[in-house]
Ligand binder design. Structure first.
Ligand code: PRP
Length: 183
């Protein structure tokens, strides 16, 4: 039995879209400096690929957050595991996320960052999964619309594993009830 039911976005499709996003970001930030703020852990692969297609002067920082979850979905009660190292006041910030689901994590992050008075704040998300969105969010750059499925690979995990899959796939739900040691 395979952990992946079907491949949603192949490595080639992802690479092409990441390249397009990079070109768009390059054009929008022309003659500006930008700080890529990656949200760990899921965004690490996307961000490292994306930045190589962005031809502007940039710096990097990371936040790691964890959402208190009572079940499958986050609750919006976000705990910061790693905070920003940089003073972001008066900087152009681009948040880089792997997936936006109900949106509560990003809503929290946007408010958290806005208080620190950046010059501008935009959001780039590889996957926009809108089926369970609970807050209104403006996502400036979207890689792909994501169906209402549990997806994994290319940074996204299932139980902290499978982030290294080179594609984004749909979880085979038969695995959900399997004990962890047989995955
Ligand atoms: C994922 C994703 C977002 C959040 C989105 O992170 O990277 O940060 O969930 O969910 P929401 O829109 O429903 O709030 P996760 O908590 O799985 O951590 P990870 O990136 O370390 O895998």
């Amino acid at each position: 039995m395979n952990i992946v039911k079907s491949v949603l976005f192949s490595p080639e499709v992802i690479a092409q879209r990441v390249k397009e996003l990079g070109a768009e970001i390059t054009s929008d930030y022309k003659d500006k400096e930008v700080l890529f703020l990656g949200i760990l852990k899921g965004a690490f692969l996307f961000m490292s690929d994306l930045c190589r297609y962005v031809d502007v002067k940039m710096e990097f920082d990371f936040m790691e957050v964890s959402s208190y979850s009572g079940g499958t979905y986050s609750t919006g009660q976000v705990r910061i595991l790693k905070d920003i190292d940089t003073n972001i006041e008066d900087k152009n910030i681009l948040i880089v996320e792997d997936i936006v689901d109900n949106g509560l994590t990003l809503d929290y992050l946007v408010n958290y960052i806005k208080v620190r008075q950046p010059r501008s704040l935009k959001i780039c998300a590889l996957l926009d999964k809108r089926a369970h969105r609970k807050v209104l969010l403006k996502i400036d750059y979207i890689g792909f619309d994501c169906p209402d499925e549990f997806v994994l690979g290319y940074g996204l995990d299932y139980g902290e594993f499978y982030r290294n899959l080179p594609f984004i796939g749909v979880l085979n739900e038969e695995f959900i009830s399997y004990p962890k040691n047989v995955l």
